[in-house]
Design a protein around this ligand. Structure first.
Ligand code: GDP
Length: 451
């Protein structure tokens, strides 16, 4: 999603590399680049203004740190400010202590509410909840059927007493507010722990839509009202979010279609403009294409510092559990990450469905994004061939890989020496990140950063 922005920012930081001291002109030049990159990514103008002026102020009065060079210091500041506009702390979901937790979804038609309803239900079910989906979108053709399909996929029951419309030109039937209320009652009777209410959206903001959503809110008193917004809608994001905030008010935001390659400014504007936290992200059409949103991890991805934590969590969900535990233990014990581990991780990635998405979470991957775009299973085969041509000593201790060993490995695996070199380089970046994590530093080694 943030490929372009990420490239532009890392490029800007690269220009600071090796500078012993940053003059005011250096800082202003950097800020100018950051401002342009954000505007080109469709981030809302007021957000860009606050963001850059905070960075400028902090960079000029830069906190002196013996550990970081000036370039790194700027990145540290940008990282922290980015986390700030993304909402700061991760906001966990609120659950009701008395009855079923009620979650209402609101947003424009096509934002991805119905798809999200299924994903959220699936996610909560994995956490031990017993969700019920409620079909209160009676307006969009086939929304009710679609919710039944996602419910079935997630293995979660759907309460749908009204069929809704099946064609564009049909007049809406049934009363969504009643459906929502009945859904709630149904959940209480059947002792569901969570109720997720899918509501209707229109193509644009209109009064009737807002009134209906507000009525459902009033009738069901949700614990969370999640405003679902398509991250690809660009500059319209702010107006849409503000309209929903005034019309319905919401407690959290869900960004959808973060897998798209649009500019994604919505993602970077909505939390700051509405003061409501981004809680979840939707990254594809499949049930598992869903993440809890962590501002710090997203900032880290945008700055191409990788998101190993999300990677590990997704790994735990889809990976071979024993292997995931082994990796986690390595990290906590501070044991060294070897090429054999690297290979095993790559092999596991194959099980995780969308390979490309996963790979972009590895630190420093922005620099090899083109390769990732062209990533195919053959890449894994090549990596396997290279690592398998190494001796056990070399796998455990890649430091011994001098020129002649690399040439031997290239020959043995039918690859070029440059392939071997590039694999080792990627491995070393991953290893550095793993080390930084075991040291528990909040600010890992910043691969790909000016050093
Ligand atoms: P609703 O009108 O808000 O209920 O939107 P839907 O859930 O029907 O989603 C609209 C379209 O966007 C559908 O074709 C979905 O498959 C698609 N969609 C939803 N979420 C995502 C996502 O995260 N990524 C991508 N690529 N497509 C999505």
């Amino acid at each position: 999603m943030f490929a372009n922005l990420s490239d532009r920012l890392t490029e800007t930081f690269r220009n600071l590399r090796g500078k012993g001291r940053l003059s005011e002109a250096d800082i202003d030049g950097t800020i100018r680049e950051i401002r342009r990159a954000l505007l080109d990514a469709d981030v809302a103008v007021p957000v860009v203004r606050t963001f850059t002026s905070n960075i400028r102020e902090r960079a000029l009065g830069a906190e002196v740190s013996g550990a970081l060079n000036p370039g790194q210091q700027v990145v540290k500041i940008v990282n922290e400010e980015l986390i700030g506009i993304l909402g700061g702390e991760t906001r966990a979901m609120r659950f009701s202590k008395t009855g079923p937790t009620v979650i209402m979804l609101a947003g424009l038609q096509g934002a991805g509410k119905t798809t999200l309803a299924g994903k959220l239900a699936h996610h909560l079910k994995q956490q031990g909840h017993t969700p019920l989906l409620v079909a209160a979108d009676l307006q969009r053709p086939n929304a009710v059927t679609q919710l039944k399909v996602v419910g079935e996929r997630a293995g979660v029951p759907v309460f749908a007493p009204e069929a809704g419309v099946t064609r564009e030109d049909e007049r809406p039937r049934g009363n969504p507010v009643k459906v929502a209320k009945k859904g709630l009652k149904e959940a209480e009777q059947r002792q569901h722990s969570v109720v997720i209410i899918d509501t209707a959206g229109r193509l644009g903001i209109d009064q009737e839509l807002m009134r209906q959503a507000a009525d459902i809110r009033k009738a069901t008193e949700p614990d969370e009202v999640l405003f679902v917004i398509d991250a690809m809608i660009g500059q319209d994001a702010v107006a849409t979010a503000t309209a929903f905030q005034e019309g319905v008010d919401f407690t959290g935001v869900v960004l959808t279609k973060l897998d798209g390659d649009a500019r994604g400014g919505a993602a970077l504007s909505v939390a700051e403009v509405t003061g409501r936290p981004i809680m979840f992200a939707s990254t594809g059409e499949k049930l598992d294409d869903f993440e809890v949103f962590h501002p710090d991890r997203m900032a880290s991805r945008i700055l191409d510092m990788g998101d190993i934590l999300t990677l590990i969590e997704q790994a735990e969900r889809t990976f071979d559990q024993a292997e995931a535990e082994r990796m986690a233990e390595k990290v906590t014990k501070g044991e060294d990450f070897t090429l054999a581990d690297f290979l095993s991780q790559m092999q596991q990635l194959k099980n995780m469905g969308s390979m490309k998405k996963m790979l972009t979470m590895l630190p420093g991957m922005g620099q090899v994004r083109d390769q990732i775009e062209n990533f195919d299973e053959r890449e894994l085969v090549r990596t396997e061939a290279i690592i398998q041509s190494m001796t056990p000593l070399e796998r455990d201790n890649p430091k011994v890989l001098n020129g002649s060993r690399r040439a031997r490995i290239a020959k043995g695996s039918g690859m070029q020496v440059s392939d071997v070199n590039s694999l080792i380089k990627r491995f070393e970046q991953a290893q550095q990140m793993m080390r930084a994590m075991s040291r528990g530093g909040g600010m890992p080694g910043m691969p790909g950063m000016p050093g």
